[in-house]
Ligand binder design. Structure first.
Ligand SMILES: CCCCC/C=C\C/C=C\C/C=C\C/C=C\CCCC(=O)SCCNC(=O)CCNC(=O)[C@H](O)C(C)(C)COP(=O)(O)OP(=O)(O)OC[C@H]1O[C@@H](n2cnc3c(N)ncnc32)[C@H](O)[C@@H]1OP(=O)(O)O
Length: 157
């Protein structure tokens, strides 16, 4: 994908996240985008788990990996929606940066390793500093996990 990912607009100080920091060579380096240019309500990201992302059952991904992916996709979606609501370019100052306050996940079925996963997000509520995001993770047409996140925007100081 040639478009700029949400995470690529994070400033250097916020680019070391294990899940999505572009400057963390040991991390997952997740990249999140709007679904398309016309639809700035839904977000998407892709990730292909490696064999070492197993939870112990061969060919199945570790639940903590799934949580990490949803975590980063959710907070990135919240930030993108907040900039969009303000009609501002992502990354412009003052910076709008969200952290996870709460994340609940339903693991619906085992998530395969070696197949490209699709993460989807939708910010269903954005009020003051608080965002609610619904999330899903699928392998092909198989829905493997769903999540709900509350993300809170960091105070400027
Ligand atoms: C502050 C330091 C956080 C440390 C995080 C470090 C680095 C990350 C920084 C930036 C990220 C940038 C790039 C990377 C991108 C993604 C990273 C992945 C995401 C993560 O991995 S990030 C790490 C895990 N994450 C934490 O380490 C958070 C620890 N925690 C806190 O730092 C506070 O707890 C905080 C800030 C969450 C809230 O504290 P606060 O004092 O600023 O805000 P306050 O309490 O006033 O709440 C305001 C409104 O949020 C509602 N609210 C609050 N908590 C809620 C909850 N649990 N459930 C439901 N609603 C909740 C209230 O009810 C109120 O809502 P209302 O206005 O409607 O009443």
């Amino acid at each position: 994908m040639s478009k700029k990912a949400f995470q690529d607009s994070y400033s250097a100080e916020f680019s070391h996240c294990y899940g999505c920091g572009r400057d963390n060579p040991h991390g997952l380096q997740l990249k999140s985008y709007w679904l398309n240019d016309e639809d700035k309500t839904h977000t998407i990201a892709h990730f292909t788990p490696k064999p070492y992302h197993t939870g112990g059952v061969p060919n199945n991904a570790y639940g903590g990996l799934i949580a990490s992916l949803l975590d980063c996709h959710g907070t990135a979606s919240a930030a993108a929606a907040a900039y969009e609501t303000q009609g501002r370019k992502m990354g412009s100052t003052p910076v709008l940066r969200f952290v996870t306050a709460s994340l609940s996940i339903d693991f619906l079925r085992p998530t395969p390793i070696g197949e490209e996963l699709t993460l989807c997000g939708k910010v269903t509520q954005l009020k003051d500093r608080k965002a609610t995001i619904t999330l899903s993770l699928s392998a092909g047409n198989m829905l493997c996990a769903t999540g709900t996140m509350t993300a809170v925007r960091l105070k400027s100081e």
